[in-house]
Design a protein around this ligand. Structure first.
Ligand code: KIV
Length: 279
């Protein structure tokens, strides 16, 4: 059975911190499930860490759907949230159509939209139609060309706007809210003022949960490591070493051995060669 949005709310109510991670493919989703992660985000961060773009802006809905499908196939127990990419929810009608594709064509259980109070009416309509929605405020990567990559809400007016955005998104019916690159004291205040869980990334320990990008956690993305990330493994180095050993084994003829090969009896092989000669 998959985690439901009601269970996510219960985790928050019980004061249990909620771990969330991004995943972009079948195998990673299986691993996240095995680790007992209740919430998986198919983030449009895949534009950078999987597709090699410099931001999330070029990611299309079709690309997102491709990865959402793989993650849904790989996970049995996590609630899978699919990011709606840049310019796929510019109107409420477009948001409905994009969310419809994510849920019906890819099978995710919820969608995530970036934006504050301005997007609340669209969120309200999606929720009304039975679509669970996660909000996302603070640094919103799809607006990188407008706001740059920096902590949001440092000035009093910006902090007040973020608090009002958070309240508007909760009032619209979102079941959770990502706070990205928000000063920790402000994120704590927002968390305390909301009934729904906040999920922080670069927003301090006072959030109800945390989300991290798969490739940052495991040292797979070497372009840069955000300050808010902790590298739990250096898989890039581990894989590079293993791959170098594999390449050497191939060059030296020590891979494959009989153990990785299949055999056939010589008489059959000779018969095949005779057939070739006769043809
Ligand atoms: O796309 C993503 O991975 C995200 C997280 C950073 C929250 O939106």
């Amino acid at each position: 059975m998959r985690t439901t949005i009601l269970e996510v709310q219960k985790l928050k109510n019980r004061g249990e911190r909620i771990p969330m991670v991004t995943a972009y493919d079948y195998t990673s989703a299986q691993i996240a499930d095995r680790a007992g992660i209740p919430l998986i985000l198919v983030g449009d961060s895949l534009g950078m860490v999987v597709l090699g773009h410099t931001s999330t802006v070029p990611v299309t809905l079709d690309e997102m759907l491709h990865h959402m499908r793989a993650v849904v196939r790989g996970s049995q127990s996590a609630l899978v949230v699919g990011d709606l990419p840049f310019l796929t929810y510019t109107t409420t009608e477009e948001a409905i159509q994009s969310a419809r594709r994510a849920m019906q064509e890819a099978g995710v259980q919820a969608v995530k939209l970036e934006g504050g109070a301005a997007i609340a009416p669209s969120i309200a309509r999606l929720v009304e139609l039975g679509i669970p929605v996660m909000g996302h405020i603070g640094f919103t990567p799809q607006s990188v060309n407008q706001i740059g990559t920096r902590v949001q809400g440092r000035a009093a007016a910006d902090a007040a706007r973020l608090i009002n955005d958070a309240l508007a998104i909760e009032a619209a019916g979102a079941f959770g809210l990502v706070l990205e690159l928000v000063p920790a004291p402000l994120a704590s205040v927002i968390t305390q003022r909301l009934r729904i869980p906040t999920i922080g990334i670069g927003a301090g320990a006072g959030c109800a949960g945390q989300v991290q990008v798969w490739h940052d956690l495991f040292g797979l993305y070497s372009d840069f490591l955000p300050r808010h990330a902790r590298r739990y493994l250096n898989l890039s180095e581990t894989i590079t070493n293993a791959l170098t050993t594999y390449a050497n084994d191939v060059r030296e003829g020590t891979f494959p051995t009989a153990e990785q090969s299949s055999t056939m009896d010589d008489a059959t092989l000779q018969a095949a060669l005779k057939l070739v000669e006769q043809s």
